[in-house]
Design a protein around this ligand. Structure first.
Ligand SMILES: [Zn+2]
Length: 86
């Protein structure tokens, strides 16, 4: 009986190690496939930064949805300023 419990104990430990390895591998894979890897579609659409009134390509803008309306920003700074006002 003690032998069986020891066997289960070791099987459990082995499973923990296996799960940890699997977890770290998935972390590695996630960090490798960054969104920058996917091709950006150039649409040529210009959008207006609501904060500093600058026009910039839609694909370069930061997007924020408020009350069902989309707002675009040239930088994280403008986005933060805008969100603080709301
Ligand atoms: Zn701006």
């Amino acid at each position: 009986m003690t032998g069986l419990i020891r066997l289960i104990y070791w099987a459990f430990l082995a499973y923990l190690v296996y799960a940890a390895v699997k977890f770290f591998r998935s972390l590695n894979r996630a960090s490798k496939s960054r969104p920058s890897a996917k091709p950006r579609q150039i649409t040529g659409v210009m959008v207006k930064d609501e904060e500093c009134d600058t026009y910039l390509p839609r694909e370069n803008a930061l997007r924020e949805t408020r009350d069902g309306k989309e707002y675009f920003f040239c930088s994280q700074e403008c986005r933060t300023k805008f969100l603080e006002k709301r």
